[in-house]
Every structure is written in structure tokens, then in C-alpha cells.
Design a protein around this ligand. Structure first.
Ligand SMILES: [Zn+2]
Length: 342
């Protein structure tokens, strides 16, 4: 990849999200989401206090309330993690997130650093040193490889899945089930396919509300969900004149599908990575319609604005809003889905 001498930091900064950056470092699962914020142990000074490091999802800024005593934007974070300049951090971001270097380069006057914004949060209690540190990734992001195995003997009729309203037909259709043993032991295994239909990972959903310190989702080591769009392989086989619906989660996607709307994909989060944007671009035309249907909460509202602006450059975009706070695609009834797409 050609490296631009001058990088438009602002363009790079606004093309990536803090969630993506955390995902890149394999840290996202350690962070707890609450409203618009993510909190977790500080990856920069390797703190162990789980609330010390905060991220504003919508503003894409972070703050550490202990040793680091400051915060910044996505590029400040990469620069700190890699111990490099902002310029080098921007070049790394271009590589990692497959950004278009041409559109990110600027003339010399543009080559200046933006002042960092900081989040306003209460300081948390001091951290204890922790031995296990995150390994910063220095290689460019390679595509997720298709798995050479399949998890079998998944239990379709697990109470948790019935509780979420999914029918046996849907579970079989999506290959979802409870995994007693294996890499996703004691979790609900959800296969994730790439656009070509190959299984690139299984996501493991804890069947219920996980205990403190246990992540809701487990993903295989090295797998980058920011490079995939869930259910894209099947959605692209639906008629081209139907709108493509984009939701946040696996279960929202499965629910719409079960209710009869099959041209639906999930971002596996409330933000869209540059790679996901590229997948949507590849599988749409200028006449395609996209409906963005994120959860009706702070993160969903922030995410959909950003996604709408980005997709509107190459498709017709409609943003679906729910009239009730907290409502999400998964909570839609069959009648609501039918009325919406009638
Ligand atoms: Zn820190």
C-alpha cells in the first residue's frame, strides 16, 4: 500500500471509531457498555481497575482517570498504544482499517494535529498493576480466514433461544445452537459467514445475563468482526429492488428474518467499520436502498447518524426510528415487520 507523506488526520480520525480501535486490539470484549460509554481497564498503562478507562462511543474520545490522567481521540489512543507519533498512528490506522490513503492524504498545510478532546467523567479509584498486557498488533489486517471445521451437535432447543422467541426453523436456518463442548462450550454458538458464504467464526453468546466479569460474547482469538457483516452472504441473494436492512445484532437480524424480512444484515455493534462500509458498497448499486435500523438507545442513535451520512454517498438511505426508547429490531412483532415492509 502506498504511504502518503501527508495524512489528513481529521479524515482518518473520523473514518474510524474507538470501538473499532478497541476491537483491533482485541480489547472490546473487556469493556462494558452503558449508554454512550464503554468502560474498562486502561490498556495504555495496563491498569486493572475496570472503570478507570472510559470511552464516549458517539464522540469517539477516551479518558484514563489514573496514571495516564488524560485522554484523546482515536489517533491519540493508537499513538499511545504503539508509542509512536500521531502521524505514524494515522498511517497504521489507514492500513489496519483498509482506509483509502488517497482520500486521506492532504497537502502540507493540512498536516497538523488536532487538539484532543477529552471526556468529562468522574475520576475512578486508582489502579493496581496488572501482569497480563495486551499485545499491540503491528501487522496490517488480513481478511478473516474461512474455518476448516464446523461445530456440530449444537442443541437447537435450548431454553435461552426459545426465550428469545426464535423458532426451530430459524435456528436451523442460521445454524445457531447451544454448544456443550468445544471452542464455544456452554455458550450459544452463532456462525458468522463472509460474503462468499464461508464460515469465518463462531460467536459465543452467554445463555442469559453473564456474571460480573464474564463477557456476553466470546469471539475466537484473532477474529475481527469489524471485517464482516453478519448474514451478508444470504441477504445479497434477495431481490435487488428490496431495501437492505441494517441492524446491530445477531438476534435482531434473526428476528426480522423469522418475521419474513430476509434481506437483513447485522453490524455486530452500533458502529460501522470502514471494511463493513466497503462490503455494503460492493454489494449495492447507486439505485439500492438501505434502511438503517439500529437500537433506539444512545449508542444506536449516535451510530445511525454516522452510518447514514457514510452510506448516503452511494445508496439511498432511510433511517428507521422507533417511537419508544429502548425498542430494537428484536422486539418487533411479525405484524410490525409486515406493516413496515408492506
Ligand atoms: Zn491509563
Amino acid at each position: 500500500m502506498p504511504r502518503s507523506q501527508f495524512v489528513d488526520f481529521k479524515a482518518v480520525k473520523s473514518a474510524i471509531t474507538m470501538e473499532q480501535v478497541l476491537q483491533h486490539y482485541g480489547l472490546r470484549e473487556q469493556f462494558k457498555k452503558s449508554g454512550d460509554s464503554l468502560s474498562g481497564p486502561c490498556p495504555i498503562h495496563k491498569g486493572s481497575n475496570p472503570t478507570q478507562f472510559r470511552v464516549s462511543i458517539s464522540k469517539n474520545i477516551w479518558n484514563c482517570f489514573s496514571e495516564c490522567k488524560h485522554g484523546g481521540n482515536t489517533l491519540d489512543f493508537i499513538a499511545k498504544m504503539e508509542n509512536v507519533t500521531i502521524h505514524a498512528a494515522a498511517l497504521k490506522a489507514i492500513e489496519w482499517f483498509h482506509l483509502d490513503p488517497g482520500s486521506m492524504s492532504a497537502n502540507a498545510e493540512g498536516d497538523k494535529e488536532e487538539p484532543s478532546e477529552t471526556a468529562e467523567e468522574e475520576p475512578a479509584t486508582p489502579a493496581k498493576p496488572v501482569s497480563k498486557k495486551a499485545e499491540p498488533e503491528t501487522q496490517p489486517v488480513a481478511p478473516n480466514k474461512a474455518l476448516k471445521f464446523r461445530l456440530d451437535k449444537l442443541e437447537r432447543e435450548h431454553p435461552y433461544l426459545l426465550e428469545r422467541g426464535l423458532t426451530l426453523e430459524t435456528l436451523v436456518d442460521f445454524g445457531v445452537g447451544y454448544c456443550a463442548k468445544g471452542m464455544m462450550a456452554e455458550r450459544i454458538a452463532i456462525p458468522i459467514h463472509n460474503a462468499e458464504g464461508g464460515v469465518v467464526a463462531y460467536a459465543g453468546r452467554f445463555p442469559g445475563e453473564p456474571p460480573e466479569g464474564t463477557p456476553k460474547y466470546k469471539l475466537p482469538q484473532g477474529f475481527r468482526k469489524s471485517l464482516e457483516v453478519y448474514n451478508i452472504d444470504r441477504a445479497i441473494k434477495e431481490p435487488t429492488d428490496m431495501p437492505l436492512v441494517i441492524v446491530e445484532g445477531f438476534f435482531g437480524c434473526m428476528t426480522l428474518h423469522q418475521h419474513g424480512y430476509r434481506k437483513v444484515v447485522a453490524l455486530m455493534g452500533s458502529s460501522m467499520s470502514a471494511a463493513q462500509e466497503e462490503i455494503v458498497r460492493t454489494h449495492t448499486t447507486r439505485n439500492s436502498q438501505v434502511i438503517i435500523m439500529l437500537d433506539e438507545d444512545e449508542a444506536g442513535r449516535a451510530g445511525r447518524e454516522d452510518i447514514a451520512v457514510r452510506l448516503a454517498k452511494f445508496v439511498f438511505v432511510k433511517v428507521h426510528t422507533f417511537d419508544e426508547d429502548g425498542k430494537q429490531p428484536e422486539s418487533m412483532t411479525e405484524d410490525e415487520v409486515a406493516a413496515l415492509f408492506a
